[in-house]
Design a protein around this ligand. Structure first.
Ligand code: DUC
Ligand code: ZN
Ligand code: ZN
Length: 469
């Protein structure tokens, strides 16, 4: 006897789309087919499309304040918003804390994550100091399933030199992990920023000029070279520019172990600031900066040619109003140096990418599943527990109504931020029901399920989940 049956829907995986019922037992997918055993409960899914729940492998939740700015979301609100947008697994970031052990930071973050509605794994973000202790602690943490470590090539307090990055890469490689790199050359950014400021160019429109594609391209190539020297698997996160993508394609052609991620804000025409003079434009400030149409088109080509391995939200929700978000340092007009970079996007990631990608004919729905669910699960060692509709996988499902167009409005979203940069964007489809390990947690516009039901996921060594290139 099954616990639950979803009957009459069309199932979509990364490789095919077909009509079948899904049987669920003990939180797992028990069977798929057309003549399933009896079930205690049944959900009618006729006319609906069933995808593996989304895996959002890049989101910032309840991290320490940076420059006085605080993220709006804790695990409760972020996991709620994720679920309402069809995402069933999140991978946010533990931050190394000054003067504390990494173990301590991981334990703190576990305490915060106990409020989650959905399952989660953790990446670790490193700072520029305390490396000796980090290198001593990492091997055990990697073996325990914290197998992805992010380093920065920019930002005061975070910007690591090449030698330190090499040490981190070697240690992570020895623990079968992946190094994530924020690839922007901080020296160039600070130098350009000083020069533009001296010329009086401090409006938000200067952001793109302070961090132009060459700054991303150079850092991307350097990160690739460092990873090659250290023999480490590398993932370049939030790629925004065609020139950076070219370096990644070069590395992939050489057979290097290099993976790449981009995000909706680098692909969608909707992400366009005005002249940079008003606070409204702060809603579009993230790093790297969103580029113009030719770069967006180049990234779409990279998606078509499988140069990108995953699509994540980089949800980084600073509130627009109030003193702890985008306006943390205030002022009558925004100043490019003082607006914290980051956009909210955990709930809209899937509908926005479905619209801009599948509806616009730039990728198949199966490729959409691969990039937003199966691949992130694979490359972070969570597959096939997550990202899959196979019997034995967790019954994490997103049930989509492809015939329910709507305009995105922050008022209808479920995060704790106070705006969406996609306000007013028309989308054709939305996940109308989300199941996590067989529990319905979002349906008919209502969130259900207990906060705190989410479980921590240890990342397996990526060699056990090879990614199809
Ligand atoms: N990098 C991120 O990954 N997210 C937000 C800001 C940043 O610089
Ligand atoms: Zn980053
Ligand atoms: Zn990020």
């Amino acid at each position: 006897m099954l616990d639950l049956k979803l009957a009459g829907g069309t199932l979509v995986t990364e490789s095919e789309s077909f009509r079948a019922d899904i049987g669920i037992k003990g939180g797992k997918i028990a069977c798929i087919g057309l003549a399933l055993p009896e079930s205690r409960k049944s959900i009618e899914a006729h006319g609906l499309i069933i995808l593996p729940g989304g895996v959002d492998a890049h989101c910032h939740i309840d991290e320490p304040a940076y420059g006085g700015a605080r993220l709006a979301d804790d695990f409760r609100s972020a996991s709620r918003a994720a679920a309402c947008g069809g995402t069933t697994t999140i991978v946010p970031f533990v931050n190394q804390l000054a003067g504390r052990s990494l173990r301590n930071a991981v334990e703190d973050y576990h305490d915060k994550a106990r409020a989650s509605l959905i399952d989660y794994a953790f990446h670790i973000i490193l700072k520029e100091t305390g490396l000796a202790q980090v290198l001593a602690e990492l091997p055990v943490l990697l073996a325990e399933g914290y197998r992805s470590v992010k380093v920065f090539m920019t930002y005061p307090g975070y910007m690591m030199g090449d030698r330190d990055i090499l040490d981190v890469m070697k240690t992570v490689a020895q623990g079968d992990g992946t190094v994530l790199v924020h690839a922007e050359n901080g020296h160039c950014i600070h130098w350009l920023s000083d020069r533009l400021e001296a010329m009086g160019q401090t409006s938000l429109s200067a952001h793109a000029a302070i961090a132009p594609p060459v700054v991303e391209r150079e850092a991307t190539h350097r990160a690739i070279s460092l990873a090659q020297v250290a023999g480490c698997r590398l993932l370049i996160v939030h790629v925004s520019a065609g020139d950076a993508l070219e370096q990644i394609e070069w590395a992939k052609r050489k057979g290097l172990d290099v993976l790449a991620e981009t995000c909706p804000q680098y692909l969608c025409d909707a992400i366009q600031m005005g002249d940079g003079e008003t606070w409204e434009d702060a809603k579009f400030i993230c790093s790297p900066p969103p580029r113009a149409a030719p770069d967006r088109e180049r990234l779409w080509q990279g998606i078509a040619s499988a140069s990108f391995d995953l699509l994540s939200s980089d949800h980084c929700p600073y509130r627009f109003d109030g003193a702890t978000g985008k306006k943390v340092l205030g002022g009558a007009k925004p100043h490019v140096r003082t607006v914290p970079p980051g956009l909210p996007g955990i709930e809209v990631r899937l509908p926005v990418l479905y619209e801009a990608g599948v509806v616009k004919g730039r990728m198949s729905i199966n490729r959409f599943v691969a990039l937003t669910s199966a691949n992130p699960a694979r490359l972070y060692g969570l597959y096939p527990q997550k990202g899959s509709l196979m019997p034995g996988s967790d019954a994490d499902l997103a049930v989509w109504d492809m015939t329910s167009p709507r305009r995105i409005a922050h008022a209808a979203l479920h995060d704790a931020c106070d705006y969406t940069p996609y306000e007013g964007m028309q989308v054709s489809a939305w996940p109308v029901m989300t199941l996590s390990r067989g529990d319905v947690i979002w349906a008919d516009g209502e969130v259900s399920g207990d906060f705190g039901r989410g479980q921590f996921l240890r990342q397996q060594a990526h060699r056990s989940c090879p990614i199809d290139r």
